[in-house]
Design a protein. Sequence first.
Length: 129
Amino acid sequence: MSDEVKSSYERGSYRKGIKRSQNKSLKVTFPDGTVIQEDTIRITYVKTIEKIGPAKAAEYFGTINRYYGPLMSQNPADYEKCTKQREICELSDGWKLLTVGGAECIADYLNEASEKLHLGIKAEVILPE
């Protein structure tokens, strides 16, 4: 383990005796029967936003601010003060998505967006068996 990775690891929740669950997954079902459930929550989140369409998704996600920046924006200046730079994911058409939050938080965002934008999608957290 490199010194930089080790230092980051030691500062994290493992040092405090808290283990993070790596086994949860996110499953998103669309009205047309499409199911998105990737290896990581972040990839599922990004693919879901891409399927919804970044411009449409931004109608909801662009109104939520976390870590000094909106969850979605096309304006790079919106993320200049963002404290979670490594969590910013590039989407199509110049959109950026701040992929912060745990499985439950992201599922809640997606379900609320579905309700407000009338998308008919269902996001659920899948726990390990």
